[in-house]
Write a protein that binds this ligand. Structure first.
Ligand SMILES: [Zn+2]
Ligand SMILES: [Zn+2]
Length: 410
């Protein structure tokens, strides 16, 4: 084993930046092959350890727990590693091909998942699948495996059973990442998937029809926005079920201390300094600018924090713009009031011209209907004031955005 270490040491002492292209690539190829060969050996020993359960001596309940605890491997990786090590024991052909370097670790992972899903079918098809793994790219191998699984499932259970089998595989994972994004990952059965795609398509098509300005969003960004819009519309419905006496909606929790002077530009630091950042129920802390925009038209819970940021008093969550007031604004504005936009009320928020955190009133003459995208733009870039009861938008340079006379509501 110390030989292995001295080989690594030899590689380490090399001044990579001075080597010619061919040498660097050659070295890389050799290391890539070595890493996979070592991984094959690592998994072989992991399977042996899993069989012997030697980790029980130290109180670990499973090989995955041992991997995670002893070597600080992430839980998911540990579980997957043990599953693959066990799987290789049941895939002799795959194991041989892997050990010979004929198929890559990535291919072995794809085949391992197939084996776990269809252990009996896999035994019959192992030769065919191993052969496919040695000839195809990983993307093509995945397609081969998906097709193979359909065939196996249909043979086992008929066309009706295939539907049930697909449905049994449905799953959706959601998680909040460290930087406050929300990650979605899942597989939807055909019917649910079609429903989701149809709803998103409807939002995208309606957007295209009401689009007057070029859209600078990438397709993936548009889809993300569309999914949000579908959910938002559902939350906006008044006939959906109550939970614990209220209909959950986007709620911004705002430490009262962070509210003082939040409209000024040094607000983000100030909120952070006090350790009481505004937050959303599920994704956690948000910056002051985001809080400013969301708190314009959402539910808000005010929290009074003590000296060490512990909440002393938590207020009731209240909708900033009550439904009756919103209806009055909708009756008056009838559409997004941003110049050139005519998105109807369901796409819109009620925007405070003078923000309530700066003392602006939540009343009809201080509220303007803005679609979600123009609401964001207005908070980010445009100045808005009411002149003779009409909203006037100014560009950052102070010039006025012209609202054509035919567009003004009566
Ligand atoms: Zn607003
Ligand atoms: Zn608009």
């Amino acid at each position: 084993m110390s030989e292995l270490r001295s080989v690594i040491e030899a590689f380490r002492s090399e001044e990579v930046s001075r080597l010619p292209d061919a040498r660097v690539e050659e070295d890389f190829g050799e290391l890539q092959a070595a890493v996979e060969a070592l991984e094959a050996e690592r998994l072989r020993r992991l399977a042996e350890i899993d069989r012997r359960r030697s980790f029980e001596r130290d109180g670990y309940l499973s090989a995955a727990a041992w991997l995670a605890g002893r070597f600080r491997v992430a839980w998911n990786d540990a579980r997957r590693g043990v599953a693959l090590a066990r799987g290789l024991d049941r895939m002799p052909r795959v194991r041989r091909a892997f050990h010979d370097g004929a198929i890559s670790l990535s291919a072995v992972r794809v085949l391992g998942e197939a084996q776990q899903a269809e252990p009996e079918g896999f035994q019959v098809s192992e030769r065919f699948l191993t052969d496919a793994a040695s000839r195809h790219s990983i993307g093509d191998l995945r397609r081969v495996v998906v097709h193979w699984r359909h065939v196996v499932e249909r043979e086992r259970s008929g066309a009706e059973g295939l539907d049930a089998a697909l449905r049994a595989r449905r799953r959706l994972h959601t998680s909040v990442t460290l930087d406050g994004m929300v990650r979605l990952d899942g597989d939807l059965d055909p019917e649910t998937g079609e429903t989701v795609l149809t709803a998103m398509r409807a939002v995208l098509d309606a957007e295209t029809r009401t689009e007057h300005a070029p859209d600078d969003r990438a397709p993936a960004q548009r889809r993300a926005d569309a999914l949000g819009e579908v959910c938002r519309r559902w939350l906006d419905r008044t006939d959906r079920p109550e939970v614990a006496g209220e209909r959950p909606h986007l709620t911004v929790t705002v430490p009262v201390e962070a509210l003082a002077g939040i409209g000024t530009s040094d607000a983000p630091q100030r909120a952070g300094d006090r350790g009481g950042a505004p937050s959303l129920d599920h994704v956690g802390p948000i910056d002051a600018a985001t809080m400013h925009r969301l708190a314009c038209d959402a539910s808000v819970t005010r929290v009074v924090l003590g000296p060490r940021s512990e909440p002393l008093d938590v207020g009731r969550r209240t909708a900033v713009v009550p439904p009756a007031l919103r209806r009055a604004v909708v009756v008056r504005d009838r559409r997004c009031r941003f110049p050139g936009c005519d998105r109807p009320p369901p796409w819109c928020d009620a925007h405070h011209v003078a923000h309530w955190v700066d003392g602006g009133a939540t009343s009809v003459d201080n509220l303007v209907l803005l679609c979600r995208r123009h609401h964001r733009l207005t908070h980010e870039r445009f100045a808005l004031e009411m002149t003779d009861g009409r909203p006037v938008f100014r560009r950052p340079d102070g010039s006025i955005l012209d609202d054509g006379p035919d567009r003004a509501p009566p």
